[in-house]
Ligand binder design. Structure first.
Ligand SMILES: Cc1cc2nc3c(=O)[nH]c(=O)nc-3n(C[C@H](O)[C@H](O)[C@H](O)COP(=O)(O)OP(=O)(O)OC[C@H]3O[C@@H](n4cnc5c(N)ncnc54)[C@H](O)[C@@H]3O)c2cc1C
Length: 400
């Protein structure tokens, strides 16, 4: 059977792949091939303001906004009990003229909205299947599916998550590192209101972060030593609720644990290039960072917006959408953003884990200065919400 020719193929139907496919379909005939994930995703995502603008511009946000809670205040509380303890730092969105830094949403609602939007686009076909191989050539890249179907495209977007086969197919290496930590995730009901405030307790094993959901509900990401995570995961709901209430110093009152816990070993992985040989990597296929400071998928959505913008512009001016110019520009545009977030999250995590007093002192001093110096605090908040190095059109709320 001859290969079917299409313009672009996105491999992977997670949030980054779906967003890339919707963005590409603004001007390019696209096929998204995605296999169902092995387990339901019970996590939530804190989407920063630029990501929310992009999803609104893509016609996705209106389908899930009611399920999201605004993040108006972010608190960092030093709960290390160490000699050099940092002051509490509070970031308020209104201080930089925003109503909210972003919104927190359960991944199942976000993915459902993305899928609904994707299925309504005439330029986008969704194939529920697994890609077995990609063999990029000079003019096009053939893709073999498990069903036996073969497709060929000029541009492949690799969005298969951390074990993506596209990285290897593109001949791109990866730098990986494991941390001695596991993130325990669960959603909670609580008796006191969160007041649209996310609170991050910094503990010696990592952050314990409560992020608001609509109503008196929040999501928890609790970064722990792996043995402690196993012990907590083995508790029944009421015992776990008691431990969470204790660790949160009862700021949300009485806690009730909802069904659906998750455990995620903390890793960092960075592709050495983000595009080569007709393949552009987006989302966790390109970068995995620990869930600290809500950066992972926000980076993934900026990847998706950037490749969408570059490829559609190439098509409109009659250029090759998977050619060297598009891929080099993509790699260049994503480098500073991904690199700077990876380094910042890694540093923050390491300064929590270290027993080395001068480093603990430096961390405390850094947070003290952020608390005291308004312009520094505002600069950090602006950079956190909308990085200067990466402002694709969609993140500014403009159509591609
Ligand atoms: C505990 C935790 C909390 C987090 N919180 C936040 C947060 O608040 N904010 C934030 O920005 N980020 C957060 N992140 C990061 C975020 O969850 C990830 O960045 C995001 O889920 C990655 O999405 P993705 O689409 O790249 O990959 P995935 O969600 O892994 O999707 C990949 C998809 O590709 C499919 N696939 C793989 N191989 C193939 C193949 N060969 N053929 C077809 N399909 C294939 C898979 O089945 C899967 O559906 C968090 C991460 C963790 C672990």
């Amino acid at each position: 059977m001859p290969d079917k020719n299409v313009s672009a193929i996105v491999i992977g139907g997670g949030p980054a792949g779906l967003t890339a496919a919707i963005a590409l379909a603004a001007g390019i005939e696209t096929v998204l091939v995605g296999k169902r994930p092995a387990a339901a995703d019970n996590r939530t995502t804190a989407l920063l303001a630029g990501s929310v603008s992009a999803l609104a511009a893509l016609g996705v946000w209106e389908r899930c906004a009611d399920n999201a809670a605004p993040l108006r205040v972010m608190r960092i509380v030093d709960d290390t009990g160490r000699l050099w303890r940092a002051p509490e730092v509070k970031f308020e969105a209104q201080e930089i003229g925003l109503e909210a830094f972003g919104h927190n949403i359960e991944n199942r609602h976000l993915i459902a909205a993305l899928e609904q939007r994707a299925r309504g686009l005439s330029n986008l076909r969704i194939v529920e299947d697994e890609v077995l191989s990609v063999a990029p050539g000079e003019r096009a890249a053939p893709v073999a599916l498990k069903s036996g179907e073969s497709l060929t495209a000029q541009l492949i977007v690799g969005a298969g998550g951390r074990h993506s086969l596209c990285r290897e197919a593109a001949g791109i290496g990866i730098d990986e590192q494991e941390y001695p930590q596991v993130a325990l995730t669960v959603c909670l009901k609580h008796s006191r209101p969160h007041r649209d405030t996310s609170t991050e307790f910094h503990t010696p094993s990592g952050p314990f972060t409560l992020v608001p959901l609509p109503g008196n509900r929040s999501s928890l990401v609790w970064v722990l030593d792996p043995a402690d995570a196993d012990a907590l995961a083995a508790l029944d709901d009421s015992e776990l609720a008691g431990e969470i209430e204790r660790a949160s110093h009862s700021i949300l009152g009485k806690i009730e644990v909802e069904p659906g816990r998750g455990q995620f070993p903390l890793t960092r992985a960075n592709a050495r290039r983000f595009a080569a040989n007709r393949i552009a990597l987006v989302g966790e296929a390109a970068h995995v960072i620990p869930p600290i400071g809500a950066q992972g998928l926000n980076l993934g959505l900026r990847d998706a917006a950037t490749i969408g913008e570059l490829a559609v512009a190439a098509r409109r001016s009659g250029r090759d959408i998977g050619g060297i110019n598009v891929l080099v520009a993509y790699d260049r545009l994503r480098r500073a953003d991904i690199g700077s977030r990876t380094v910042a999250v890694d540093l923050l995590n390491r300064t929590l884990l270290t027993d080395f007093l001068p480093v603990q002192g430096a961390r405390g001093l850094g947070l003290y200065l952020i608390d005291r110096i308004g312009p520094l605090r505002r600069m950090l908040m602006r950079e956190g919400v909308a990085p200067k190095s990466s402002q694709p059109k969609l993140m500014r709320g403009e159509a591609i």
